[in-house]
Design a protein around this ligand. Structure first.
Ligand SMILES: O=C(O)CCC(=O)C(=O)O
Ligand SMILES: [Fe+2]
Length: 262
């Protein structure tokens, strides 16, 4: 990275943490980053571009976010399970986007060997939780879906529509669940399930705990499908069946320009 880019990066990080954002106001949903605060990121082995921050939102902020979502009055009927917004996002979602930037800026990655490169070094290498060009695009996100799933309800395997740009964020609230990732090119991808002789395809499980943030870009976004099957028997983690309760998620994406024009 050139020196000018480096200066620009420093300014963006500082502005993001301390300046001009709505979180400097008294009614901000999330506080500014405290000195020394660090977000831990895990990459998912075997899938490039898939990163999880387990402690993204502490419980208090999960509850504030849920109140903000329900404060919009979109989920008053129990039959309503999805709300979408395009363009100008509500303040709570703008705050959430800024917090995502902070979590990436003030992040460190964890591997089995312990702690590695800090985020700035990672950004320079164009890897890490979100590449530089995606993290600093304007706006970071302009489309939002809030999903409310009853126990047993999930989402079938899919690649997010190509009308959305690369770089997708999913914040999980309430019930924990396992999201499975499988190659999108199943026919040509012949890996067998671990130890399996049945020819079934590899599905990589990722545990989404309440308050976690999942970032999906590149290979993970375009070459892998994701799904959540919350029917009985499908939600196991390390041999334990996870009891499924109500789950709420917030997905943030950015529309492609061509999609906006059409
Ligand atoms: O609810 C989730 O966690 C995932 C939602 C999702 O994949 C989508 O809306 O495309
Ligand atoms: Fe999706």
């Amino acid at each position: 990275m050139e020196e000018d880019d480096d200066d620009q990066y420093k300014q963006q990080v500082l502005a993001c943490a301390f300046g001009e954002s709505s979180d400097s106001s008294d009614d901000a949903l999330y506080p500014a980053v405290e000195e020394g605060e660090i977000y831990s990121w895990e990459s998912v082995e075997g899938i490039d571009g898939l990163w999880l921050c387990r402690d993204f939102l502490p419980e208090k902020h999960q509850n504030l976010l849920l109140s903000a979502i329900h404060g919009e009055g979109l989920f008053t009927e129990s039959s309503y399970n999805q709300a979408m917004r395009f363009g100008d996002l509500p303040n709570w979602a703008i705050d959430l986007s800024r917090l995502i930037q902070k979590a990436v800026c003030y992040g460190e990655t964890i591997t089995l060997d312990g702690l590695e490169l800090d985020c700035k070094e990672q950004q320079m290498e164009e890897s890490g939780p979100l590449p530089f060009d995606l993290l600093w695009r304007e706006p970071l996100f302009d489309q939002l879906i809030t999903n409310v799933y009853k126990p047993g309800e999930g989402i079938s395997a899919h690649v997010d529509l190509l009308r959305f740009e690369d770089g997708i964020a999913i914040v999980s609230l309430e019930s924990e669940c396992v999201m499975h990732f499988s190659r999108a090119d199943q026919e040509t991808y012949s890996h067998k399930a671990e130890g399996g002789q049945d020819g079934s395809l590899v599905k990589i499980p990722v545990l989404l705990n309440p308050g976690s943030l999942l970032l999906i870009y590149g290979e993970a976004r375009y070459s892998w499908k994701h799904e959540i099957n919350r029917k009985e028997g499908f939600q196991t983690w390390k041999g334990r069946e996870i009891i499924q309760k109500k789950r709420t998620s917030v997905t943030l994406r950015k529309l492609c320009h061509s999609a906006e024009d059409s």
